[in-house]
Design a protein around this ligand. Structure first.
Ligand code: FE2
Length: 382
């Protein structure tokens, strides 16, 4: 930010954060759930039951006298219809609170259901902008991430796909903000390597974009810089040594801090482009963030060079060059470098550029972006 400008910003973050290895499967999660209600609606993806954690968590809740209704199997890159299904199920359950456990997809669906259940609108009406997401009055949310990636447990944002309209867009509002976030890095140990790589790149990119966004302020800077340091330093180790506790803990805290920053700072052109490319190709969000990072670093270099260099020094880039560091990291994580490798075609570029422009992320990019600029950046890595 420019020191000569007046300092005006709003900062929003979950009021309570609980951090602890093993906390999700012992009495600590139950204690947090009890603070919010007696009939939780528990939303999760497929992996939670497969990994065995869901059975333990449900038994612990039952032992404490809580009547949980589970809503399992939220798919990756969820669609508007997945939100609608969760709203209907939450309303039918008679729940008084929501426990959201999973990657960004499960967390986003759970947060939307908590905010929108019982409000008399369909998920599509919110997605199309026909109804505003309420600022308050939703069910209280306990957010428990199982990947170090989106930081969704720290934000009031959810990203959803409209397959028919080939769109991917976010909805946001105060009622989607978790009341409590619980970070148990032990849950991330069973992540497959590709999920660790992709979601970890999402966290690192979010940290860097939040740190350099036009919406950044000194408070989000402090969070985003630490998020970039933690994720940039530890992603390689978390990927190569899945059971490395310090690396897993650093990644999960880093992704949370990036979420807490981007909630109000917003992001940048990587995210502006990743959403339409994801809508067209179905490729994983974190993979696209990694793939699109180098060309956006090049595009922003003149405006954000000093901030990129500050991060490069923290993450141990030998020559102080963030671009070189990122390119080497992407190679180690086996993330592709060309959009054609994930199925994007030259004839999709106009659409991608057009869809990237109205995105709040693109608008917050440190260097202004025209449609031609967005197209050129994507084309440079086709
Ligand atoms: Fe992201």
């Amino acid at each position: 930010m420019n020191a000569a400008q007046p300092l005006i910003f709003t900062f929003v973050t979950p009021p309570r954060l609980v951090v602890g290895w093993g906390a999700a499967t012992d009495a600590r999660l139950v204690a947090e759930a009890r603070r919010l209600g007696r009939k939780p609606f528990l939303v999760c993806g497929k992996s939670l039951r497969a990994g065995g954690a869901l059975t333990t968590i449900l038994a612990n809740l039952k032992d404490a006298g809580l009547k949980a209704t589970t809503h399992e199997g939220v798919p990756p890159e969820p669609e508007v219809e997945d939100v609608q299904a969760a709203i209907v199920a939450a309303e039918a359950s008679g729940c008084d609170s929501v426990i959201a456990i999973g990657g960004g997809s499960a967390l986003d669906v759970a947060k939307a259901a908590a905010a929108l259940a019982g409000k008399g609108h369909t998920a599509r009406e919110y997605f199309d902008g026909a109804a505003p997401v309420p600022e308050s009055g939703g069910l209280p949310i306990l957010g428990v991430p199982t990947t170090a990636g989106t930081g969704s447990e720290a934000t009031w944002v959810g990203v959803f796909v409209d397959r028919a309209g080939r769109r991917k867009a976010s909805i946001r509002g105060g009622a989607m903000l978790p009341a409590v976030a619980l970070l148990d890095a032990q849950l991330t140990v069973t992540c497959p390597p590709t999920v660790t790589a992709n979601s970890g790149m999402d966290a690192f990119v979010q940290a860097v974009e939040a740190f350099t966004s036009s919406g950044a302020n000194p408070l989000t800077d402090a969070l985003a810089f630490e998020a970039a340091r933690l994720t940039g330093q530890h992603l390689r180790t978390a990927y190569a040594e899945p059971e490395n506790q310090p690396a897993r803990e650093a990644m999960l805290l880093g992704s949370y801090l990036a979420g807490a920053a981007l909630n109000t700072s917003r992001l940048g052109l990587v995210h502006g482009l990743a959403h339409p490319v994801g809508a067209v190709t179905g490729a994983a969000h974190g993979l696209l963030c990694g793939l699109l990072f180098p060309p956006v670093l090049r595009y922003n270099a003149d405006v954000s060079g000093l901030r990129y260099a500050a991060i490069a020094r923290e993450v141990g880039a030998h020559d102080g060059d963030l671009l070189t560091f990122v390119e080497s990291l992407l190679r180690d994580l086996r993330i592709p470098t060309r959009l054609s490798e994930v199925g994007l075609k030259a004839e999709d570029l106009d659409y991608v550029a057009r869809e990237a422009l109205p995105s709040g992320s693109t608008k917050a990019n440190p260097r202004p972006v025209t449609e031609a600029d967005a197209r050129a950046v994507a084309e440079s890595v086709l």
